[in-house]
Ligand binder design. Structure first.
Ligand SMILES: [Zn+2]
Length: 327
């Protein structure tokens, strides 16, 4: 299988298939709906039902000329003589790994992934493959994240304490994934939430998948005093000049870094992510058991070197790209 790592994405030349391309392409696999993976309109798109729902929400009428192929988890399909199948990846709702079987060899592309079960969504299914393309957003030993049980406890305790102290709890959480998880957890614990519209638009899909946030309100600059506010970090400026007595928490893998307080203005750092932390990444690679590993996204050089020291044939084939806010 010829695999080309280009500035625009990963290209499987034998299948004329692009994996999460960052430019419009004739045929693409979209692993999940985050903007850096699903930000472009393509001719033909393969993805899970939930990813396609988010994709339609984002691109709307621009998809009129696209053929959207819904791929159920675990079912194989044929493409140019290869057998392909999608398997659950714990990340955001709809995230999937892609397995490609070609001439007796198995290639697995994880997309964004974590190994621990998420607060909302499916657990990762381990699929063995000879060749692996894995992400390494948090591929350094400094990154260690909370389990979902620990995260649930921290999120609820933070909100309750802030309310008790007469402060308005604000949780900075990525608009697709963490925001819906935080809303689900707080509503289940009886803390009402007001959610920024950029994140609220995804709540119905999470509810339909069995992770509701009953009673949530859309945050319009005002909300009942007993409600926690959920805002994407990139939109936190909308909190300014409201005259509210706030206490802010940042829920992200990046909250594991000391500079997160200065960067976000958060008093409370809750290191919970929809990506694997360092130990999970090592465990994931071990469980998949590949002979060859290509590391993409994040700390690729360092993580590929760490895998090499552990006896794997590992490479970092892409040029580093700037890291976004979606950890
Ligand atoms: Zn992602």
């Amino acid at each position: 299988m010829r695999v080309e790592f280009t500035g625009q994405g990963i290209y499987l030349a034998d299948l004329d298939l692009w994996l999460d391309p960052r430019e419009p392409r004739p045929r693409a696999w979209i692993s999940h709906a985050h903007r850096d993976h699903a930000g472009c309109v393509h001719g033909e798109v393969y993805a899970t039902a939930e990813t396609l729902a988010f994709y339609r929400l984002r691109h709307g009428d621009a998809l009129a000329g696209s053929a959207l192929r819904e791929v159920p988890y675990g079912q194989t399909w044929e493409l140019a003589g290869a057998r392909l199948a999608a398997y659950p990846a714990a990340h955001v709702l709809g995230a999937a790994q892609l397995l490609v079987e070609w001439r007796g060899r198995r290639l697995l592309y994880t997309g964004d992934i974590k190994l621990r079960p998420p607060l909302c969504g499916r657990a990762t299914e381990i699929v063995q493959a000879e060749r692996l393309i894995v992400e390494s957003t948090f591929g350094l030993p400094i990154f260690h994240f909370l389990t979902r049980e620990q995260a649930r406890e921290r999120i609820v305790a933070f909100a309750r304490q802030a309310l008790e102290d007469g402060r308005r709890p604000v949780l900075l959480a990525h608009e697709l994934g963490r925001a819906q998880e935080v809303a689900h957890v707080l509503c289940q614990a009886g803390v009402p939430v007001a959610v920024h519209s950029a994140a609220a638009r995804y709540l119905p899909s999470y509810a339909a998948a069995g992770f509701p946030a009953p009673g949530w309100l859309e945050w319009t600059g005002d909300a009942p005093p007993e409600a926690a506010i959920i805002v994407p970090p990139r939109l936190r400026a909308c909190l300014a000049l409201r005259g509210l007595r706030l206490r802010i928490a940042y829920v992200s893998g990046w909250a594991a870094l000391d500079n997160a307080r200065a960067r976000t203005g958060a008093e409370e750092l809750i290191p919970y992510s929809d990506h694997a932390d360092f130990e999970e990444l090592l465990e994931l690679v071990e469980a998949i058991g590949p002979q060859e590993v290509d590391v993409v996204h994040g700390y690729t050089d360092a993580f590929a070197r760490i895998l090499t020291l552990r006896g794997k044939l590992a490479r970092a084939p892409e040029r580093p790209r700037p890291v976004g806010d979606n950890g």
